[in-house]
Unconditional design. Structure first.
Length: 92
């Protein structure tokens, strides 16, 4: 059985000294940055691997000078693929 997403999020936030999703979400205004329209965006799917009922996918997002590599663990459930976990690496 998979660890519930909210339990996993709370565990990961605690590692970073945050007490829960509410505190983490409080770090963001919910609005785009004032210079967002002038920023360039580029996204590339790096890999997708399917193994029966599980799959992994990685993608790279370039946002102006910042870059992010995301890796996703997906499971087949309820007739589609569901995100079971995600990790992210920020590179500049």
């Amino acid at each position: 059985m998979l660890l519930s997403r909210s339990a996993a999020v709370r565990r990961d936030l605690a590692v970073h000294g945050l007490h829960g999703p509410e505190e983490y979400c409080g770090l963001f205004s919910g609005l785009p940055a004032s210079d967002d329209a002038s920023r360039s965006w580029q996204c590339c799917i790096d890999a997708i691997d399917v193994h029966g009922t599980v799959a992994t996918a990685s993608l790279t997002l370039r946002h102006s000078a910042d870059g992010f590599t995301d890796a996703f663990l997906l499971v087949h459930a309820d007739g589609g693929r569901r995100n079971a976990d995600e990790v992210c690496h920020r590179c500049r």
